[in-house]
Write a protein that binds this ligand. Sequence first.
Ligand code: FES
Length: 177
Amino acid sequence: METAIKDTKSKDSQQVKKGHPSGDQRFKQLDITMKRNQYRQDSLIEVLHKAQETFGYLETNVLTYVARSLKLPLSRVYGVATFYHLFSVKSNVDTAHTCVVCMGTACYVKGGGEVVKALEKELEITVGGTTPDNQISLMAARCMGACGIAPAVVFDGRVAGKQTPETVMEKIKDWQE
Ligand code: FES
């Protein structure tokens, strides 16, 4: 099952009216953090932490969303994100494909850890790495707001639910063809 992340079940999420035009639930998680910090510009690092947890890495469209929401120049947000080693910044053209496995509690309990192990073995890289041919980056995220379909994996920005080592391997084989 593969679908865009549009689920808005959490109570906190429902209290936040804003959102990304794509309807991607992960941006709502960011909105919650920014709202809690009253959209203060000095909360930038905390917001980037949340973005990294939620998306697994920081992509240009996420940095742009944060910059607009906090009314900061994109160059400033990008500068902070690239300055700190704990943030993983990826431009959309770094790799052909991105695979982000949710390792939040619900997903981990339902087998997210097994999915990661299978991917690491197949791709011969560890989480945070990219295959030598620059084709696939493997990352992990914490809860991305799709616990109802745990374990969740995001393939090139689209979430797939109820994943197993077998289903992720099928996707990887598709990419490798
Ligand atoms: S724990 Fe994975 S989506 Fe919530």
